[in-house]
Write a protein that binds this ligand. Structure first.
Ligand SMILES: [Zn+2]
Length: 223
């Protein structure tokens, strides 16, 4: 019982490690978003959108919130939603102008960070270069953080856990690690049986003789 509990704990730990490594790996793979032109512009729609631009690749999302009005159905199509909720943090509607949200992780987002521009919305709208505060992330170059509305941001490593995604992903990878371990154990058992049946040492596959231990590796041989 204790052995099983310990084993499950190790699998969960490994699952969490794989989850974190993959989430941050996605950030490094995507690097500096500012040099890429993959922002979806949703402003062609006459309605106001809560989200104006989205960069989305496997395991990585960057979105900018704009004039808070109402969520568009288009936003729902484009963005990864957890069942019924946004993966990014909720802010009071009057505060979200120009907020940039960075999420990373796969299959769900594990970590999130938020770029919060100057509280003066007029300044944000007029300025080409501002210094937003970064919450929940590390920036590769703080000075390069400019207007998030233009998409010019440095590489940001989010570290605030999005618990729903963190737990789901960790369980997912723990399951994979556990499954791989079970397959390997089964393969080792099958190989041992086959070697014994073929009259060979189960450990090193050396043909066995009459002594009770293997002459090659010293393994005790079953009679
Ligand atoms: Zn042997």
């Amino acid at each position: 019982m204790l052995k099983w509990a310990r084993r499950i704990f190790v699998f969960l730990l490994l699952g969490a490690v794989v989850n974190v490594a993959l989430a941050w790996g996605c950030v490094f793979a995507n690097g500096d978003v500012s040099r890429r032109d993959h922002l979806y512009r949703l402003s062609s729609d006459p309605d106001y959108f809560r989200v104006v631009s989205v960069t989305r690749r496997a395991g990585f999302s960057y979105l900018v919130e704009s004039v808070p009005w109402r969520s568009s159905p288009k936003v729902r199509e484009l963005l990864p939603f957890y069942p019924g909720t946004h993966w990014w943090r909720h802010w009071p509607m009057y505060q979200v102008q120009g907020h940039g949200h960075i999420g990373c992780g796969w299959p769900m987002h594990t970590f999130g960070a938020t770029l919060i521009p100057d509280p003066d919305v007029a300044v944000v709208m007029a300025s080409l270069s501002i210094s937003p505060r970064l919450r929940g992330g590390l920036a590769s170059d703080e000075k390069k953080v400019t207007n998030p509305r233009t998409g010019k941001i440095p590489m940001i490593l989010p570290y605030l856990p999005l618990w729903r995604g963190f737990v789901t992903n960790s369980l997912f990878y723990a399951g994979l690690v556990g499954g791989a371990h079970a397959l390997r154990a089964q393969w080792l058992r099958d190989r041992r049986v086959k070697r014994i049946q073929a009259g060979r040492c189960p450990a090193c596959n050396h043909p066995r003789g009459t002594p009770p231990v293997c002459t090659e590796c010293g393994e005790a041989l079953p009679c």
